[in-house]
Design a binder for this molecule. Sequence first.
Ligand code: FES
Ligand SMILES: [Fe+2]
Length: 377
Amino acid sequence: MSVFSDLRAALKSSENLGYDSAWAMPRAFYADPDVLALEKKHLFGSEWICIGRAEEVPEIGDSMAFTLCDEPLVAVRGDDRKIRVFANVCRHRGAILVEGKSRGKRIVCPYHHWSYNLDGTLAGAPRMEAHGGFQKDDCKLPEYWTEEWCGFLFTSLAADPPPLGPKLEPLKALIGNYHMEEMKLRYLADEIWHTNWKSLIENFMEGYHLSPLHKTTLHPVNPTRLCSHFPAGDSYFGYNAGYSPDLPRSQKGHPDLSDAEADNCVMFAVPPGLISGCGGDYSSFICVQPETVDRVRAKLGLIFYGEGWSEEAVDKAVTLFNDTMSEDKTVLATLMKGINAKSYVPGPLAPADFEGNVLDFYRYVSRRLSPVLETEG
Ligand code: FES
Ligand SMILES: [Fe+2]
């Protein structure tokens, strides 16, 4: 069997097998550059991709440069306060317009100072009047679809993607009372993880490893025994990670939360690029983008509900998060080595409450990629 037919068969069985009989994926799923090329084209190049938090561009004229599928892009808050995403490439001779985060009434190209309004239209181009073919109106920056959801900012490179919000309604019903859109960003980090992007997603989305791997960090907070799976939708999946009853909680979160919700962290994914742990007092998220089969760009953040957070309490949450993530990062680098070993054989997955989201993720990938593996693989 070819590598792809092997993978096709494994993906197909993920759709047919139950949570009590699922198996891990073959090596090609994680290590084949041709599979990654399909993922970049059909997942990251066409789905809604989370690029961070809307509050990262809080004021009119704020902009944030980023890259998606090797395309340089920039998110800009316009005069109408709406956030738009444009190509971050000058319409003159292609210079990159914005680096990092910046603020201004206009976007000015550093090379020859062509300037753009906050809606992407060309505002000025010095000494160009004499050019017979130059039309200002022809030089608008290409614009991409954007959507805000629970304070997260999404964009899509697709020509006309169906809106994201309606696809996530059932998930919103589970996390609405936490009011993530009101939470404030207090920690942000850009990192490179040496693993496959799907391994990073799977790791964040299974509670099976919480007690064993994070014995002294996360186990006292969210032990494996308190994890429970909830049904996945087409564009999301997740599980509940109960907080240990012995845990002193520093903040209660939004008054809308029931006691049961306040005692629970909703771990959810909006694949392919967003994973989040939604807690009442504070929440974590990672925006994930693959670079190569074993190199992932990860933008990690913590957002906090309410004003009563001391620096010390924030620092404590950040330290717990970083210690936990560093344990994950280390094991995920070894996982990549193991998957590449000749002796690697996919094993059985733990029951739904513990590794059900791994199967949910396989099924998501299968729904999106099985048809193209048939034709392009
Ligand atoms: S490349 Fe931007 S003004 Fe020339
Ligand atoms: Fe972990």
